[in-house]
Design a binder for this molecule. Sequence first.
Ligand SMILES: Nc1ncnc2c1ncn2[C@@H]1O[C@H](COP(=O)(O)OP(=O)(O)OP(=O)(O)O)[C@@H](O)[C@H]1O
Length: 341
Amino acid sequence: MTLFSLTGVRQVFEGRTVLDIEHLELSAASSYSLQGPNGSGKSTLLNILAFLEPPTAGEIRFQGRVVDWREKTLHLLRRKVVLVDQHPIMFSTTVIKNVEYGLRMRGIPSRKRRAAAEAALERVGLHAFADRQAHRLSGGETQRVAIARALACEPDVMLFDEPTASVDVENQALIEAVIQDIRRQQRVSVIFATHKRLEAARLAERRIFLFAGKVTGPGGENVLSGIIAHRPDRSVCTLGPTVELEVRQRLPSGPVRIAVKPEGIRVYSAAERQNVAFTSVLHSGRVLQMTLEGDAVKLHVDIGIPLKTVLSRDEAVDSGIMVGDTVRVAIDPDAIQAVQG
Ligand SMILES: Nc1ncnc2c1ncn2[C@@H]1O[C@H](COP(=O)(O)OP(=O)(O)OP(=O)(O)O)[C@@H](O)[C@H]1O
């Protein structure tokens, strides 16, 4: 079942478009990671999905119904979707009262409230902390109490904004275990923003990549820092000591972040001279890794910068390319998206 369906969703802050999603569907009872560089729009998207901030434009369907962004309806939707913030705010009272907060707002009687809050604290391993002062907890404990506070409300969807960004290794493992436990309860969907690739691999069934506010597909993994310079006939982006890529976007000279879509990267065996795509510039590289994923082969290639691309199984067989081979790599300038900074 479709949980969220977004069409033409844009968020504009101070005249700047920071989120621009043509179409995105999220399935129910799944777990998604939201990945992308700083400022790519992850928190902005989470705030929209949590019904905390309406988008400037576009349509969002939740569980099949169009969201109309009126306070009365939002109130009900916010019971179904709960966002656990990166820096949760604790009220200056006990842990248990903080966890009970959402239930109190819903008018749940005190005994039932207490039992639900205790059960939620148990799930995050903080049962013994019930009577402690919440604002004196460590970062990791605070994050776990915030998760308990969300869990107590029994939402359909839990959103997390970088749940382990400011916690130690021990709390990271505990929080990941709690998220995995939440997912094992089939009913609850989980969407979390993270900068940690391994965390995404551990926790997410599906991954969404954002770059400059747009969903980029797995190409979001090819995110690199470079410097734009203008030559008489073209603009180039210098990456590392040896690599220069042509960039078609018009940007001022200076530092940029670029994303290279994997479908814009073609890899040829060193011998192949025919049908070279996109560009006359061919980079020399080496194949570091080839992994079979379903009917596709994921290729890691080093051309002085690390790049990931995908071939169909047939293309991979036909090319005869093997791990360790020296190859030539063509990159489509139109597959490069650059943003300043
Ligand atoms: N309320 C706001 N007013 C103006 N600009 C905003 C506002 N909220 C976010 N932005 C801008 O929108 C862009 C996207 O921000 P967002 O916080 O969604 O990115 P992010 O991917 O979550 O980044 P990070 O990984 O650093 O948390 C940024 O350039 C940010 O400065």
